[in-house]
Design a protein around this ligand. Structure first.
Ligand code: PLP
Ligand code: COI
Length: 341
């Protein structure tokens, strides 16, 4: 298979149409068998539930080219599981988890020419999503749904690649107690758009959200979980019922303990203690691990000792080990790597 003529090393995190996508429709209580299609457009009734009441959710994962030339995805079963949890919370039908993994497999295989080569620094981002598709005018869930998966080759999520970023403590909330912060509902991201535009206009790369009930605890950013390293090298991640359970974060905690022999803690993290950490990073599929150099809290700056030039040493080790597992030059734990071809 011949790769597309793309400047892989200069890709940003943006959409590029690829050849094939997967689509399956839900009607009369059942999903159809699903198919690959070349049509990138979705045509819906003006009153479709997704347009009126934002009944939509999504997932994000990546396909990688390994050192020995295979194409693989990373823990797609966990994305399938998380989408099932999200669907239940939004009163949408679950797309069966084995079919989710199979759909991802088929779409990546069909777009293999767009999977960036090993060593290019780019990956193929995979976006499964689902929405209520029939007309609904009273506030209630749709009866018909569409599940789709498309792919797009991407580079780093933050401009500047793996250079440390500057974030600010945000006065807007992303998630409420007992709300939808723990699931991947499109509405959570709509909620964050005002705040991210405002952050960018003021020169920050991202927003740090605090818990909306007390505004004392670290939650997450608009698209990634936090990871901190203490001065005695313990990896700490915030625990909260209103953050998205990041697959990257869960994997990194395992890597920290089992590959690097580090102590880990998943616990409430108070804003007051953030100044005492040695390193800070954002972790997620898109973010991978993006180091944070500075957090601005209403004019007060927290500058991590790791600085603004490079990742701190422990975050660098976590990054190298995780990406090494994904790219196949470090052995993966059983079941983490799904080989496409
Ligand atoms: N938190 C939010 C709000 C996200 O959108 C994402 C991205 O999916 C993450 C965290 C990271 O999750 P994952 O590592 O599963 O991609
Ligand atoms: C991902 O990391 O896959 C996400 O969905 C986050 C989004 C901000 C791109």
């Amino acid at each position: 298979m011949e790769k597309k003529n793309i400047d892989w090393s200069n890709l940003g995190f943006s959409y590029m149409e690829t050849d094939k996508r997967y689509v399956s429709n839900y009607k009369d209580g059942a999903w159809d068998e699903g198919t690959l299609t070349t049509d990138a457009n979705v045509v819906l009734n003006e009153c479709a539930c997704v347009f009126q009441y934002a009944q939509t959710c999504f997932e994000g994962l990546k396909a990688y080219t390994t050192e020995d030339g295979h194409i693989v995805t990373f823990r797609p079963d966990l994305n399938a599981q998380r989408m099932a949890t999200t669907a239940e919370r939004l009163k949408m039908p679950v797309f069966p988890e084995d079919r989710f993994v199979d759909a991802v497999h088929k779409v990546v295989e069909a777009n293999a020419a767009y999977v960036p080569p090993y060593g290019s620094g780019a990956t193929l981002y995979i976006r499964p999503y689902m929405f209520g598709s029939n007309p609904v005018i009273g506030v209630k869930p749709a009866d018909e749904y569409q599940f789709r998966v498309f792919t797009t080759p991407v580079g780093p999520y933050f401009k500047g690649g793996v250079k440390p970023i500057t974030i600010r403590v945000c006065d807007y909330d992303r998630a409420a107690p007992h709300g939808t912060g723990h699931v991947k509902a499109g509405l959570n991201y709509a909620m964050s758009l005002y705040a991210i535009v405002d952050a960018h206009e003021k020169g920050y790369d991202e927003n740090m959200y605090l818990d909306s009930a007390t505004r004392t605890k670290v939650e997450e950013t608009g698209g990634a979980n936090f990871l901190f390293v203490t001065k005695d090298n313990t990896v700490v991640t915030p625990k909260s019922p209103t953050i998205l359970p990041s697959i990257t974060r869960r994997s990194l905690l395992y890597v920290a303990e089992h590959y690097l022999g580090l102590k880990t803690e998943e616990r409430e993290v108070y804003m007051d203690e953030v100044k005492d950490f040695a390193e800070c990073g954002l972790c997620g599929t898109a973010a991978v691990i993006s180091p944070v150099g500075k957090i601005v809290d209403h004019g007060k700056e927290i500058c991590f000792p790791s600085g603004m030039e490079k990742m701190g040493p422990t975050i660098q080790k976590l990054y190298d080990t995780l990406t090494g597992i994904q790219m196949g030059h470090i052995e993966a734990p059983e079941g983490w790597i799904h080989r496409i071809c």
